[in-house]
Design a protein around this ligand. Structure first.
Ligand code: AMP
Length: 284
């Protein structure tokens, strides 16, 4: 596949170090934006942040099998490399790494990075056993391939961001982890590659998830306890019978456990809309 001008496309790991090396000593150094592709404006905002701070950005496009559980959507996850490259054109200098599963996990690969913190065991961790170990393993590997860099992650996956921060700190990886705000559609729906699964009818209902978080925030501001605010927001979300809430909670923003006095808090929600599972979160 021929990439647009300003983009170096690597569909395997060979040649990666040679492509990265000239940028390491440049002012700003390397930025890394890990993605699973099916790019949208949320991903592009990470690339834009990296561009502002880094001499060159490495965008990885890899649908990582180890972070999908059995019965999840690994097989049908959208794979749209040509369209992704088109979207990235004009954002250079860019190196796009789109390896195969065999490149990332060759025969004999036997190492797994697991963040053994309660942080990784609740919410998404509880619903998707093994998910964060899959994420941590692939991100550790990408950070190792990138070398010293600033890595950009979306707050859309708030818990994932905290897990990655923990891992990078624990392993003393030579990477700065930079969180980027959630990019939303005009009606509030957080952009996500999985939104493509929604039928037209479901798409029209989808903003209710963000609206339920807004309601919880309003109730907190009005003096409700966290539990009461979340109960009302959950009832609102499920009214009409379209959404089935997985969780809708107020948590400590860093530990994802019970809120701590004087520390930042986060409202986090996951819900199924038909066969599609959506997640969202909000500062509280
Ligand atoms: P994904 O391709 O879904 O694995 O996402 C790759 C990166 O893009 C992750 O750091 C996500 O948190 C981030 N991301 C996905 N959607 C959004 C969004 N709507 N706003 C900001 N960042 C996002």
């Amino acid at each position: 596949m021929r990439p647009p001008r300003g983009i170096t496309l690597l569909q395997g790991l060979s040649g990666l170090e040679a492509s990265l090396a000239p940028w390491r000593s440049r002012r700003g150094g390397l930025g890394l934006v890990p993605t699973m592709g099916a790019l949208h404006a949320g991903h592009l905002s990470l690339v834009a942040q990296s561009r502002r701070r880094s001499a060159c950005t490495l965008v990885s496009i890899f649908v990582n099998p180890t972070q999908f559980g059995p019965g999840e959507d690994y097989g049908r996850y959208p794979r749209t490399l040509a369209a992704d490259l088109k979207l990235l054109s004009g954002q250079g200098p860019l190196i796009v790494l789109a390896p195969s599963a065999a490149d990332m996990y060759p025969a004999g690969h036997a190492t797994r990075v697991s963040v053994e913190s309660p942080l990784a065991q609740v919410l998404e961790g509880a619903h998707r056993p093994g998910h964060f170990a899959g994420v941590a393993t692939v991100v550790a590997k990408l950070l190792s391939l990138a070398g010293p860099c600033t890595a950009f992650f979306g707050e859309k996956d708030w818990q994932q961001l905290q897990v990655i921060r923990r891992m990078a700190q624990d392993l003393r990886l030579p990477a700065k982890i930079h969180g980027c705000p959630i990019i939303r559609e005009a009606d509030g729906l957080a952009m996500s590659s999985r939104n493509a699964y929604l039928s037209a009818g479901e798409r029209a209902l989808a903003p209710r998830l963000k609206a339920s978080l807004d309601l919880a925030l309003a109730r907190l501001k009005a003096g409700d306890s966290g539990a009461a605010a979340c109960r009302k927001a959950r009832a609102f979300l499920e009214r009409g019978g379209h959404f089935k809430a997985g969780y809708l909670v107020l948590a400590d923003a860093e530990t994802l456990q019970a809120p701590r006095k004087g520390k930042p808090r986060r409202l986090l929600a996951a819900a199924a809309l038909g066969k599609t599972r959506l997640i969202d979160n909000l500062a509280a």
